[in-house]
Design a binder for this molecule. Structure first.
Ligand SMILES: NC(=O)c1ccc[n+]([C@@H]2O[C@H](COP(=O)([O-])OP(=O)(O)OC[C@H]3O[C@@H](n4cnc5c(N)ncnc54)[C@H](O)[C@@H]3O)[C@@H](O)[C@H]2O)c1
Length: 254
C-alpha cells in the first residue's frame, strides 16, 4: 500500500541543485520510484546524477541552470515540458552557504548571492513551475528551507534571512493555490552530511560541538531528507500544504 502511494511511475520530477548532497539523493530516490527526473545545476556535475539515473534504467536529463536568473529557470521548466511532456513535482533545493561572520561583517556581495540563490531562486522556480501546474490542474512543490528557516544561529544572518524567506514564500504560495490542486511545502533539514558543510564536519572540535546540539548526536545522510521530500510530493501528503517539515534529528524540539 505504502509502496503504491510512493509510486512515481509516469510522473515527472524537477530537482534543482541535483549534482550533490540532498538534491542528488532526492533525484535518485524519485528515479528509483519510477519518476522521470529533470536536473538543474550551474555546473556540468549535474550530468553525473542524470547519468547515474540512466544507469539505473531510469529517465533523466540535465540542464545547466542558475536558479537566481529568471531566463535560466524558465528554460529549465520549458526543457522539462519539452523532454518529458509534463511536470508533476518540483524540489526547489539549490542553495549556497556564505562564510560564518557576524552581521556587521557580512560582505554585501555574499548577502546578495545568498538571497539570489536561496530565496529568489525558490521564488523564480515556483513562478515558472506553478504557471504550468495551473494549466494542468495541479502539482506538488517542496522547497528546501533549513532549521535556519525557523530559528537563527549566530554568524549566519544572510542564510537565516534567506531560509526564513523560503518558509514565508512556501506559506504564501500554498495559500495562493490551495484551491487549484497545487500543494507547496518546505523541508527543513538539520545537519546533513553534504559538500555544503564538509568544511564544518572536517574540523573535529567544531563538528563535535555542532553534533552535541543535535539530540541524535549525528548528521543525517542526504537520503534521510530525500524520503521526506518524496513523502511530501506524494498523494500520502494530499492534505498537507503550507507546512514546514523539520527533518532535523530533533534539533528544534528543545
Ligand atoms: N547540508 C546541510 O546540513 C543543510 C541543512 C539545511 C538545509 N540545507 C539546504 O539543503 C540544500 C541542498 O544543500 P546540500 O546540503 O545538499 O549541499 P550541496 O552543496 O551538496 O548542494 C547544493 C546544490 O545547489 C547547487 N547550486 C548552487 N548554486 C546554484 C545556482 N545558482 N543554481 C542552481 N543550483 C545551484 C549546487 O551546485 C549543489 O548541487 C540547500 O538549499 C541548503 O541550504 C542543507
Amino acid at each position: 500500500m505504502v509502496e503504491q502511494l510512493l509510486d512515481y511511475t509516469g510522473k515527472v520530477a524537477l530537482v534543482t541543485g541535483g549534482s550533490t548532497g540532498i538534491g542528488r539523493a532526492a533525484a535518485l530516490a524519485f528515479a528509483r520510484q519510477g519518476a522521470k527526473v529533470a536536473i538543474g545545476n550551474p555546473s556540468d556535475a549535474g550530468q553525473k546524477t542524470a547519468d547515474e539515473i540512466l544507469g539505473l534504467g531510469g529517465e533523466a536529463f540535465f540542464l545547466k541552470t542558475d536558479v537566481s536568473r529568471a531566463e535560466s529557470v524558465e528554460a529549465l521548466v520549458n526543457a522539462t515540458l519539452d523532454t518529458f511532456g509534463g511536470l508533476d513535482c518540483a524540489f526547489n533545493n539549490a542553495g549556497v552557504l556564505p562564510p560564518t561572520v557576524s552581521l556587521a561583517d557580512v560582505d554585501d556581495a555574499d548577502f546578495d548571492r545568498v538571497i539570489g540563490v536561496d530565496l529568489k531562486g525558490v521564488f523564480l522556480c515556483m513562478k515558472y513551475e506553478i504557471r504550468h501546474m495551473l494549466k494542468v490542474g495541479g502539482g506538488a512543490i517542496v522547497n528546501t528551507a533549513s532549521v535556519a528557516g525557523v530559528i537563527a544561529d549566530p554568524g549566519m544572518a544572510a542564510y537565516v534571512a534567506a531560509k526564513h524567506g523560503v518558509v514565508g514564500l512556501t506559506k504564501a504560495a500554498a495559500l495562493d493555490y490551495a484551491t487549484q490542486g497545487i500543494r507547496v511545502n518546505a523541508v527543513a533539514p538539520g545537519i546533513v552530511r553534504t559538500p555544503m558543510i564538509e568544511r564544518w564536519l572536517r574540523d573535529e572540535a567544531f563538528a563535535a560541538n555542532l553534533l552535541a546540539g543535535s539530540p541524535m548526536h549525528r548528521a543525517a545522510d542526504p537520503e534521510e531528507i530525500a524520503g521526506t521530500v518524496l513523502f511530501l510530493c506524494s498523494s500520502m501528503a494530499s492534505f498537507t500544504t503550507g507546512q514546514v517539515y523539520l527533518a532535523d534529528g530533533g534539533q528544534t524540539a528543545h
